[in-house]
Ligand binder design. Structure first.
Ligand code: G1P
Length: 297
């Protein structure tokens, strides 16, 4: 299927302080989830949706990312000499996966600022933004659906998921109106990380966006918001409030999402994804059953 969207922006300039000391020298995007860096799942998702042009907005972690998506000639020739085809194919997986580009964020002024840094690269076209902390199960087709809604309605699209009200303060939270499509809503309000107990709904923005270039001038005039950072959520609110027909829609995602953003969720994501795998799943599931019993009193 042809989309009007061809480019993906992946902000990857975070300091990853929640994972110190692991992230002292290693970017958090490179932490493995089972046996693959978290960021590779996200790039694979973009490629599956037909978007192999990927721009990373990086910080001090540029080198490790660049190396991961580049050839590793020395390693390849050692594995080739050994005739180890299986491992060779694992090395090659990320090399030709996407056409990767890099831009530095410079000052870490927030997600909205990171997105603003992609303006020259996306060159007046709509584009997708994928946040590395969220992994969407490869059996679910969230990004494809968002691209479809963007194309059909000519609108900005955010991914929304129902979350437990106790978790709403960790997300951008949307106020919405139904449309004639069961999984599509019109976004009327957005608030970035509302104070506990004040969230206007339990519909949280998860890290997938399809944005029109009209976001850039809005981002340029968006003042620092929550945490003193320029928030993409605030710029989207400006667009949502700007027009009675709604220039921001949400796709309600009811599929499988793995959060790697904090330590506990990261551990859960590793266990969930490994438990689903053909190679590791049977052994892990059997062990988990026994292990869980050791907690029962
Ligand atoms: C960002 C966004 C937030 C969104 C979240 C999804 O926050 O600012 O609106 O709900 O991603 O993961 P972060 O978690 O990067 O602080």
């Amino acid at each position: 299927m042809r989309h009007t969207v061809t480019k993906v922006v992946i902000p990857a300039a975070g300091l990853g302080t929640r994972f110190l000391p692991a992230t002292k020298a290693l970017p958090k995007e490179m932490l493995p989830v089972v046996d693959k860096p978290a960021i590779q799942y996200v790039v694979e998702e973009a490629v599956r949706a037909g978007l192999p042009d990927v721009l990373f907005v990086t910080g001090r972690n540029k080198n490790a990312l660049e190396n991961h998506f580049d050839r590793a000639t020395e390693l390849e020739s050692i594995l080739m000499r050994k005739g180890d085809e299986e491992r060779l194919s694992k090395v090659a997986e990320s090399t030709g996966l996407a056409n990767v580009h890099y831009v530095r964020q410079g000052d870490p002024l927030g997600l909205g600022h990171a997105v603003l840094r992609s303006q020259a690269h996306v060159a007046g076209n709509s584009f997708a933004v994928l946040l590395g902390d969220d992994i969407i199960d490869e059996r679910d087709h969230l990004l494809e659906r968002m691209l479809q809604v963007h194309d059909q309605r000519d609108t900005n699209v955010v991914a929304l998921m129902e979350v437990d009200p106790s978790q709403a303060h960790l997300y951008g939270v949307a106020t919405v109106e139904a449309t004639e499509e069961d999984d599509v809503v019109r976004v009327r309000g957005l608030v970035e990380k509302p104070e506990r107990g004040t969230a206007p709904s339990n519909l949280a923005v998860v890290g997938r966006y399809v944005l029109k270039p009209e976001i850039f001038p809005v981002l340029e005039r968006t003042k620092p918001g929550r945490g003193g950072e320029i928030q993409l959520t605030d710029a989207l609110l400006t667009l949502a409030e700007d027009h009675s027909d709604g220039r921001v829609h949400g796709v309600i995602f009811r599929g499988r999402r793995y959060d790697t953003g904090d330590r506990l969720d990261y551990i859960k994501a590793n266990v969930q994804l490994a438990a689903e795998r053909d190679d590791l799943g049977p052994g892990l599931r059997a062990w988990l059953r026994e292990f869980v019993q050791t907690f029962e009193d």
